[in-house]
Design a protein. Structure first.
Ligand code: KE4
Length: 429
């Protein structure tokens, strides 16, 4: 069933660290051989062995319209003959910037980069340059890319003691990154009090998607927003996952919350490498060449990436019913899963907002990293492989959100629910 993927994986490990170009793809947390994907269309992936899968990763978010969506492919094909990069400004960059500004609240200026990491890294540098303060607050279990500042072990005590989580992240960096539990507003207020006048930014995923999907508790984001106003802290919403997925205006629209800076990625590139950060002019005007906060990129605003992102965003803007369809499909999936989980008597939690959803084998609510980490992840591994063997491709980790794409049909979702029922029987034996 996976012979060719196994061969390719063995070969890949000869020239690529761990055989993959991003660790989450290596199936390390679920075991087994990662699938090598040959092609995809709509809601379906096809691996090197010719197996077909219903895709619930959507490239970790970008493929919201489905794979190889005709207008996006056509736009790329039509643009490519004009060269793939110039290293000079183009009209395309103006058009996507104007489109984004028209879709999201509170963004006067936006800078394109090539990944979500770059977007988040640049946003905190800008916050530090704008405020003249050094520290940032991030939340345990939140992922803002692999820039040093974000790779700090969770827990305020651990960060304060400068325990480096990732070799190569220096004490100087971890000293300036404070962490506390997501959804714990008192802990954040305590940090802000303890480090009064030192914190440049609080950065948060408005809906956490990197420890499974975890929603903000009522009042949490609003509490952060007020704290940042009161303490002259830049409030950064990392919308790399939620942007253009939860609503045309992302979480800012869906949850009616306003950031000072917001970061984007994933959907914004339509599957091509694109990230962006933007916000109020008063802050963004400190970015070079306007100001002295330096940030740059050879392929920032790349024309092929821009046309793929622009085409995707334009379709989303002009067809807001896509969000209703995605939400309904996700609710239908959730209700179907709940039915069979309840019958199985296996303790579970399903968190969901819009087209982000995750399943946790847990007898307690999943509201932060500690609760997510204490779920029964061995059961998740069995569930994952049972679903995979039935042709359902879930994120290969319990610490990830699933992402629906709008090419999924009711038939696909019905099949997914049946496969889940089968899987629950298998793991219950
Ligand atoms: P990238 O640098 O991977 O484009 O974006 C980093 C990033 C920033 N912020 C949030 C909220 C994110 O979810 C991400 C990236 N998400 C992971 C999936 N959990 C990307 C998958 C991967 O690492 O291969």
């Amino acid at each position: 069933m996976f012979e060719k993927s196994a061969e390719l994986f063995a070969r890949a490990q000869q020239s690529i660290p761990g055989g993959v170009n991003s660790p989450v793809r290596a199936f390390k947390s679920v075991g087994g051989t990662p699938l090598f994907i040959e092609k995809a269309k709509g809601a379906y992936l096809f691996d090197a062995d010719g197996n077909k899968y219903i895709d619930y990763i959507a490239s970790w978010g970008p493929m919201i319209l489905g794979h190889a969506h005709e207008p996006v492919v056509k736009a790329i094909q039509e643009r490519a003959p004009y060269s793939t990069s110039y290293g000079a400004p183009t009209k395309l960059e103006i058009e996507i910037a104007e489109l984004i500004v028209s879709m999201v609240p509170n963004v006067d200026l936006i800078r394109m980069v090539s990944s979500g990491t770059e977007a988040c890294m640049s946003a905190i540098r800008l916050a530090r340059g704008y405020t003249g303060k050094n520290k940032i607050v991030k939340f345990e279990g939140h992922y803002h890319g692999h820039a040093d500042s974000f790779l700090v072990k969770a827990g305020s005590g651990v960060a304060t003691l400068n325990i480096q989580t990732v070799p190569g992240v220096t004490a100087g960096v971890s000293n300036d990154t404070l962490t506390c539990a997501y959804n714990d507003l008192d802990a954040v207020k305590e940090l802000a009090h303890k480090h009064k006048g030192e914190i440049a930014a609080i950065i948060t995923e408005p809906v956490a998607g990197n420890m499974g999907c975890i929603l903000p508790k009522p009042g949490f984001l609003e509490g952060l927003r007020k704290l940042c106003y009161d303490e002259n802290i830049v409030f950064i919403l990392d919308e790399v996952m939620t942007g253009f997925r939860l609503a045309p205006g992302g979480a800012q629209e869906k949850l009616n919350i306003r950031a000072d800076l917001v970061t984007y990625g994933k959907v914004i590139g339509g599957g091509m490498p694109v990230g962006a950060f933007g916000g109020r002019k008063e802050i963004m005007q400190h970015i070079a060449p306007l100001g002295n906060v330096y940030q740059a990129g050879t392929l920032s605003g790349n024309p092929i990436a821009m046309i793929a992102g622009y085409t995707t965003l334009k379709i989303l803007k002009e067809n807001p019913s896509i969000y209703k369809e995605l939400d309904e499909k996700t609710m239908y999936l959730k209700q179907g899963l709940e039915k069979f989980f309840n019958e199985s008597k296996i303790p579970y939690v399903i968190n969901q907002l819009g087209s982000m959803i995750s399943v946790h084998f847990s007898d307690h609510p999943i509201v932060d990293f500690a609760s997510a980490a204490s779920a029964n992840n061995d059961l998740f591994k069995k569930f994952f492989h049972s679903m995979l063997n039935q042709g359902i491709y879930l994120p290969p980790s319990a610490f990830e959100s699933w992402f629906l794409n709008n090419a999924l049909t009711k038939k696909d979702i019905d099949y997914t629910i049946e496969a889940a029922a089968e899987s629950l029987e298998n793991i219950n034996q």
